[in-house]
Every structure is written in C-alpha cells, then in structure tokens.
Design a protein around this ligand. Structure first.
Ligand SMILES: *Cc1c(COP(=O)(O)O)cnc(C)c1O
Length: 467
C-alpha cells in the first residue's frame, strides 16, 4: 500500500515512511492511494475474533508489505494485553437500539490509547529495522501527552519529552504523565500557557540543526497510523451487532476529526454504516458546517469537554480531499483560502455530499451536565462529558428503523470527577489498577519559557539514553 499527500506535491510513500513522517513535505496529510475493500464474506470471517486479532486483520491492507503480518499480529496482541477489560472495547447497551462502545480501558483511561499503544510498538519495530532512533517532542493540555508517554515508555528506540503548561492541567492528567518512571521519558512543566508549549515545540522543529541532531518526531493526531489503528473498533462493534447483514450508525464526540474519520474509512472499506453523527460542544465549527455550510474559525472557548475544544479540526482535510473527489489542486486552494479568510469556501454540491453521511449536533455545558444526570438516572450509566455529548447526539440523530446506533465512549468518567459530581452527586472512583495514582512519586522539571533551556533539557534526556 502506498500513500499520497492531499496537497499532491509529495512522493508516494509506504506505511513505515508515513508512520515516521507524520505530515507530508508539502504540508498535506497522507491518505492511502486507494481504499482497501472487504466483501461481506470477509467481514463475516472476522466475527468472533479476539480484538487484537481483528485489529491486525483490519490494519493489514494499510500496512501492506511494510511490516510482516506475523509481526503486526504480535504488535496488536501486546498493545492490547494491558487493557483493563478482556473485550478491550466492550459495548454497553443503554436503550433498545442505543449502545456505548467503551474506548477508555487503556492505561490513560481515554480513547487515544487505542491507537497510541499500537503506534509506540510500530515505531520501535520500524526504527529497529532501520537501526535508527527518534526523539518525540509534544505539547499537551492533557490527554494526548499521557497517552503518548504511556505508549513510548520503555521503548528501545524512542525518547519522549512532553511539555505541559505548569499548574494548568488537571491533577489526574498531570499525574498520568509525571508518574511514569522510564529512563526514556521526560516531562517539562513550562511556565506559560498551552499555546506557549505548542510554540515551543514548533520552535524546536523549526531549528533545523537541533531537529536533525535529535531526530525529532511527533505523534500528533494527523499521523495516518493513528487513524488506521482506530478503524478496528468500528468493525468490532458493527460485527457484534449484526454487520454485514445489518446496517449500523456511529456517533462520535469530535475534536480533531481523527476518530470519526476512522469510522468514515470503515464505511469506505465496505462496512454498512448508514450514518455518522458528529458531536460538538460550544466550539461548534463542525456543527455549523454541517448545518449551514459555515466552516468559519472563531476563538476557542473552554468547556467541560476539553478534548473537543478546537478551532479547526486538522483531520477534516482528509475528508475534504475525498469529498473533492481527490483533486489536490482544489483541496490546496480551499485550504489556502481557509487560512487567508478564516472561512472555508465549500461548493454546495460538495457540502451536500458531506450531509449525505454526516449529521452534526452540538451541546453546551449545561446541556452536557443535564445529559450526564439524565443518563445516570435512567440506566445508572456514568458517562464523562465527552461521552455524554456523543450519546445525546446519538439520541437526536439515530436513523431509526431498527438500526443500532453506537456512541463512542471516549474517556473514563473518573477523569472528570468535578463535572461528574456536579451532575450526579458522586465522584466516580478510578479503576482498581490506578487507585494509587495520587500516591505515586511525580517527576517533572519546571522550566522558564526559554528555547535554549528547553533544548538543553531534551539534549540531556537523549544523551543519557544514546550514550
Ligand atoms: C481526543 C479526544 C476526543 C476527540 O477525538 P478526535 O479524534 O480529536 O476527534 C474526544 N474525547 C476524548 C476524551 C478525547 O481524548
């Protein structure tokens, strides 16, 4: 399998190259040259497989010849062995045709683990093959950093340094990053905001000598391998509920559009997905687009569901590429206009194509709290604020006609104890394997917002492990 750039000016690459590169050289996103297709018989043959075996089978066409299938199977088995539920991504029934699929049984209790646990192992494998090392640097306001650290801790070929804004993350989120004690993991608490952390990471990448010396790399949400590793749980849910002999709908609490893009990919591969429902909070750019073709940037406002607080969804570019019938010239023009005028000019025909599959939904903070309360009262189910938006969206836009709708449960409620307590009067406990999180020793360095100082800290981490 080869990958091309949405902007049309990068050479085609294989899966291993795309994994290490992240973004294409022309600033575009990598997409498969053609979509793999599974027949109904192929889907039926996957019914009843353990999750890790299903994951390897679904990812195989994307990986192609870059990694032997046996290795991919081992990687998937190891990646999901540490999950806190034997089904890995279990379905919970909430109503006659309404289900939640819990994607939060990984080490950091959020859905990012589903892909990151595979990604860390893919990195190690490919880098060993090439006798190379990389240094991953990233900025986080919460979930992504901890999932990346958990995925990379103890890997032979990877060092990882994550920057978070000092005293501006939640206690759970900080402790999930700073209590991982592996020699290849570093944490910097930067004196500044999340934007300062992001600018610092950008400045490190922009410093070419430093970037080359450290072999800098990233694991951000545009990495194609992350999308590929998110497709299998849609397949697992659909097969469990009767696919390919029955249609299904998915509802996804959405931020950077990576999770729902994986659902779209599953549909493109032949899974009978009748509808995709996009859940947003008050940061509702996707809702406005789907509602009235208004994709315009407005400032981000904080909400109860911080992982959906976005101005622009970076993975939307991949969907747009498909909606534009894979025309890289039209895509590039549209993205450039979007940057220039802050509003994306999407032709009506293309917008209607999007609306043929995608339905938008938005819920503000009071609505989210009310939905958490309602769910708890109705079925005893504790949904975190992100999940609650997905479930409310599923209720509002379920296709009916006996088609089951599965809402993605993207975070464990114990990650948001304050919101849960306000809505239900109770603070959900951490799962047993994590109850000592608040007692574990933390390791991080508080640093000024100073490039030279931060670079020295990265160099010291890498020097210890390469030396
Ligand atoms: C990252 C995240 C999301 C958003 O997922 P995208 O792939 O960015 O759309 C939703 N909920 C939670 C809990 C997350 O961590």
């Amino acid at each position: 399998m080869r990958y091309i750039s949405t902007r049309g000016h990068a050479p085609a690459r294989d899966f291993a190259d795309v994994l290490l590169a992240g973004l294409a050289e022309d600033g575009g996103l990598f997409v498969p040259e053609s979509w793999p297709h599974f027949t109904p018989a192929d889907w039926r043959a996957m019914r009843g497989l353990p999750y890790h075996a299903l994951a390897a089978r679904v990812m195989q066409p994307f990986v192609g010849d870059a990694i032997p299938f046996g290795t991919l199977q081992t990687i998937c088995r190891d990646a999901y062995a540490g999950f806190g539920h034997p089904a890995v991504a279990p379905l919970v029934q909430l109503d006659t045709n309404l289900f939640a699929q819990e994607l939060f049984h990984g080490p950091t209790l959020a859905f990012k683990d589903m892909a990151m646990q595979v990604l860390g192992r893919l990195f190690d494998h490919v880098l060993t093959q090439r006798d190379a090392r990389v240094t991953i640097v990233g900025a986080t306001s919460g979930d992504t950093g901890s999932a990346a650290i958990e995925a990379c801790a103890g890997r032979d070929r990877v060092d990882i340094m994550i920057l978070h804004p000092h005293e501006r993350t939640s206690l759970v989120q900080r402790r999930q990053m700073t209590t991982v004690h592996a020699p290849n993991v570093g944490n910097i608490a930067l004196e500044g905001t999340f934007d300062d952390c992001q600018d610092m990471v950008k400045a490190m990448f922009a410093d070419a000598p430093f970037r080359n010396e450290m072999h800098l790399s990233a694991v951000n949400s545009i990495n194609w391998a992350r999308i590929a590793a998110q497709i299998p749980y849609y397949v697992a849910a659909a097969l469990a509920l009767g696919a390919p002999d029955r249609e299904i709908a998915f509802s996804v609490p959405t931020g950077n559009f990576g999770n729902i893009l994986a659902a779209w990919a599953a549909r493109r591969m032949g899974l009978p997905v009748a509808r995709l429902i996009v859940g947003s909070n008050r940061n509702d750019i996707l809702y406005r687009f789907l509602d009235k073709n208004d994709m315009s940037m407005v400032p981000v406002e904080p909400s109860l569901s911080p992982s959906m607080d976005i101005q622009v969804s970076s993975n939307f570019e991949r969907l747009l590429f498909e909606l534009l019938e894979r025309d890289p010239v039209a895509l590039t023009r549209t993205m450039q206009r979007f940057r220039e005028i802050g509003r994306m000019p999407v032709p009506d025909a293309v917008w209607h194509r999007a609306r043929g599959v995608l339905h938008g939904f938005r819920l503000d903070d009071p609505g989210t709290e009310a939905e958490i309360r309602r769910l708890h009262a109705a079925s005893g189910y504790l949904a975190d604020p992100h999940t609650a938006i997905g479930i409310a969206a599923a209720r509002a836009h379920a296709p009916g006609q006996g088609i089951p709708t599965v809402a993605m449960a993207t975070a464990h409620p114990a990650k948001f104890p304050d919101a849960m307590e306000r809505a239900t009067g109770m603070r959900p406990p951490l799962p047993p394997r994590m109850t000592d999180l608040y007692e574990r020793e933390e390791r991080f360095t508080v640093m000024p917002n100073d490039l030279t100082a931060v670079q020295a800290q990265v160099r010291a981490l890498v020097g210890r492990n390469r030396g």
